[in-house]
Ligand binder design. Structure first.
Ligand SMILES: NC(=O)c1ccc[n+]([C@@H]2O[C@H](COP(=O)([O-])OP(=O)(O)OC[C@H]3O[C@@H](n4cnc5c(N)ncnc54)[C@H](O)[C@@H]3O)[C@@H](O)[C@H]2O)c1
Ligand SMILES: [Zn+2]
Ligand SMILES: [Zn+2]
Length: 345
């Protein structure tokens, strides 16, 4: 098959790769019909990924058609159209059965395309381990584009907003307006936010947040603006969707007394200085970590089916997988209106 393989910083190649084969009776092989590039793939692209491996296939967001199932797979058959969860669990322990994949007792924190250990899905086909637990039939009334957004980015946005304790009447700030931050803005309003401040460096992305009803701010001006607008109180809930020291610091600065800060940006820093005494004085709640994608599906599926959430509107580009290297370049440069990059096969 053909796949996108990582060879080093800014070096992603469309190349031949061995076809995936089942490694256990619980595995399935899925022919990928569309996959997407995530902000986390950019960390890999910049050369500070999640392993030292090279030559592995990248990507962890995909939908496709089941072509082969192991003898122990009971929920799927060849021909089924499926969405594959980016977060991968053993499918058998109690947390996995509840969809809380990142609490998996045997396989914590696994994901496709971060190393050679589990090959990615920016490829013509992918092996899905413990398939009964790690993918789902695309629900009725949900398009393939919408399902693709649910495999990671929409789920993470929803999770990030949930983890920020947003309640009716909350004031909210979202730092970082990539696809995930923009969808976190929408999630905040659905959860009842009274006001959402949306912060990013890129004017086009701020304009999309304004269109969603937020007050869009440049990061330089954000803290002063919010301080004045709230008479010094700051906001109840902050969602951070970038992962660098500057934005995590900003997120903490925007937090009011008894606020909650939810960091979903993949933390790039090895030694961030946490403002402990200020957090203590404020009674701050700080949450950080990965999203257990299937855990968010029961809430998201009806919201997408009913049209309350339209995640597909953040798809800016559809390109063939063979142009994957160019898609990475555009997404990285945030050029040509690049937002969610979808690769089709
Ligand atoms: N926690 C999880 O489970 C999980 C899952 C998927 C992705 N992520 C992470 O979520 C983050 C967002 O992903 P995405 O797909 O939206 O990526 P993205 O790269 O499109 O979005 C990042 C945004 O941050 C903005 N930004 C960068 N520096 C900034 C600064 N100093 N101030 C304000 N804004 C700044 C960029 O302009 C961009 O719009 C990434 O870190 C990604 O790795 C986490
Ligand atoms: Zn991701
Ligand atoms: Zn498990």
């Amino acid at each position: 098959m053909k796949a996108l393989r990582y060879y080093g910083a800014r070096d992603i190649r469309y190349e031949a790769m061995e076809d995936p084969t089942p490694q256990s009776p619980r595995d399935a092989i899925v022919k990928v019909t569309a996959c997407a590039i995530c902000g986390s793939d950019l960390h890999i692209y910049h050369g500070h990924g999640f392993s030292e491996d090279v030559g592995y296939c990248v990507g962890h967001e995909a939908v496709g058609e089941v072509v082969e199932v192991g003898s122990a797979v009971s929920r799927f058959r060849p021909g089924d159209q499926v969405m594959i969860s980016a977060a991968v669990g053993c499918g058998a322990c109690a947390p996995c059965r509840a969809g809380v994949v990142n609490k998996c007792e045997t396989n914590s924190g696994s994901c496709y395309g971060l190393s050679a250990a589990l090959q990615g899905c920016q490829a013509e086909a992918v092996r899905v381990p413990a398939a009964d637990g790690n993918m789902a039939l695309i629900p009725d009334g949900i398009s393939a584009d919408q399902a693709l957004m649910m495999t990671d980015s929409l789920a993470t946005a929803w999770f990030g907003a949930r983890q920020a304790d947003i309640a009716p009447g909350s004031s909210v700030a979202v730092v970082g307006l990539g696809p995930i931050g923009l969808m976190a803005v929408e999630a905040a309003f659905i959860m009842g936010a009274a006001v959402v401040y949306a912060i990013d460096l890129v004017p086009e992305r701020r304009a999309l947040a304004t269109a969603a009803g937020a007050i869009a701010l440049d990061p330089e001006a954000a803290a002063d603006h919010i301080k004045e607008a709230t008479k010094g109180r700051m906001v109840d809930c902050v969602v951070e969707a970038v992962g660098v020291d500057a934005t995590i610091s900003l997120a903490l600065r925007l937090a009011a007394r008894r606020a909650t800060v939810s960091v979903i940006g993949v933390a790039q820093s090895r030694k961030f200085t946490f403002p402990m005494s200020r957090a203590f004085g404020q009674g701050l709640t700080f949450r950080i970590g990965t999203c257990s994608v299937p855990e968010e599906w029961p809430a998201l599926i009806p919201l997408v089916q009913s049209g309350r959430l339209k995640p597909e509107r953040y798809i800016s580009h559809k390109m063939p997988l063979s142009e994957g290297a160019r898609a990475y370049e555009l997404f990285d440069a945030r050029a040509e209106g690049a937002l969610k990059m979808v690769l089709t096969i």
